[in-house]
Design a protein around this ligand. Structure first.
Ligand code: SF4
Length: 391
């Protein structure tokens, strides 16, 4: 089976400084080898699009993530998009998202990105409270955030998303309410709201371990999650995934492709890829294969020069892994997990493969609507535990 539509993720690994909670493959820098890095991306694209499964697919979505892709010049983004158009079939409704950070953008840069072919922006706002931006170690000010969102509109973007973060140490419910009020008044088409995660090895996690800061309590985090859902729903943003909310028809199709087990090609340093069918390093991966590029940008570039690609590690999924992944990814979405879709994909019944689904339903953690299972309001609060039960 050849996948008919694919997503491409382009990783730009530089930021002006590193936020203390970040565990992405990013590097603080004042300058970066932009042209040489773009050369490597182009080489990688050439290599992958000459081989199955990416040699015969339609491109559905592109996502420039990072890092801070808005540090790159619009002409570099345009060069990569032109290469993508040359290498893939594309339709008229191609979704092209670019992540941007306040303080790195203005109206002119956004207009340049729009002219280059970017049609959706995701801006890293996090909070409109100066003291919380400081606690998160963000380098931009609230004024720069507001200016960036205005510049996005002035630069021609009618599909705008931004991120908010909650459960930041010492954040109060009133501060969250104020963030949600301002966010909905700005009226983007899409909002993501994430609870702060303390990833192993980050500065913020070390500060917690050293007793310098305290995490929000589980009760407060749960209250904040419910507040986010309620306020955004009241303002017309339906939750279509645990952390993502959109006006009707403005859901992020790129992320939906991930959650629905579609193929995606990640290019750039440390980028991840997935194919549910076949991959250059494994022709008969019937349950799927994923792989990751070399993380270090210089080594990544060097590898693309010698080999054409920079694949570092790959893993073929077992049938059990593939089934589990299908379930927990589907449960992330508000539309939930369809037993008919599971059966069509694996030629096996969901109840036979995961008998505990019945128990989770009886316990009130999952709800059944027709053919679909969804997380109940109680299940949403312990989603990670429920997902882990499918591993
Ligand atoms: S701006 Fe984003 S990618 Fe860069 S360091 Fe901060 S959280 Fe990480």
């Amino acid at each position: 089976m050849t996948p008919q539509s694919t997503s491409v993720y382009v990783h730009i690994p530089w930021c002006l400084s590193r936020c203390p909670y970040c565990d992405f493959n990013t590097y603080a820098a004042r300058e970066w080898p932009e042209d040489e890095y773009a050369d490597a991306l182009v080489r990688e694209l050439a290599w992958f699009t000459e081989r199955p499964p990416f040699d015969d697919v339609t491109l559905g979505t592109v996502f420039f993530g990072g890092g801070t892709p808005s540090l790159f010049a619009p002409k570099t983004i345009e060069r990569i998009l032109n290469e993508l158009s040359r290498r893939f079939r594309t339709g008229p409704d191609l979704e092209v998202t670019l992540e941007a950070n306040p303080g790195t953008v203005d109206r002119e840069r956004f207009a340049g990105m729009r002219a280059a072919g970017v049609n959706r922006l995701s801006v890293g706002i996090q909070s409109f409270q100066p003291r919380l931006l400081e606690a998160l170690g963000r380098r931009h000010s609230v004024d720069e955030s507001r200016a960036a969102l205005q510049a996005a509109r002035d630069g021609g973007f009618d599909n705008l998303s931004f991120d908010l973060m909650y459960a930041t140490p010492t954040q109060t419910l009133d501060e969250l309410e104020a963030d949600l009020r301002e966010a909905t008044e700005i009226a983007p088409e899409h909002l993501s709201a994430y609870a702060l995660i303390f990833e192993p090895g980050t500065q913020l996690t070390r500060d917690v371990q050293a007793g310098k800061i305290e995490r929000a309590t589980e009760e407060l985090e749960a209250q904040m999650f419910e507040t986010v859902r309620a306020r955004l729903a009241d303002a017309g943003y339906a939750p279509y995934e645990i952390s993502n909310h959109a006006r009707p028809g403005r859901e992020a199709r790129h992320n939906q492709a991930y959650w629905r087990g579609g193929p995606y090609l990640g290019i750039g340093a440390g980028a991840h890829s997935f194919s549910p069918t076949t991959a250059p390093m494994q022709a008969d991966a019937s349950d799927g294969v994923r792989w990751q590029n070399i993380r270090d940008p210089a080594r990544y570039r060097a590898a693309t020069e010698t080999a054409g690609h920079a694949i570092d590690e790959h893993e073929s999924l077992t049938r059990t892994q593939a089934m589990g992944e299908f379930c927990w990814l589907a449960l992330r979405e508000t539309r939930g997990l369809s037993s008919a879709e599971f059966e069509a994909r694996f030629d096996a019944s969901l109840a036979d493969a995961f008998g505990h689904v019945e128990e989770l339903t009886t316990e009130g953690l999952l709800e059944r609507r027709h053919d679909r299972l969804t997380l109940s309001p109680r299940g949403l609060l312990i989603a990670d535990t429920i997902f882990a039960s499918f591993f």
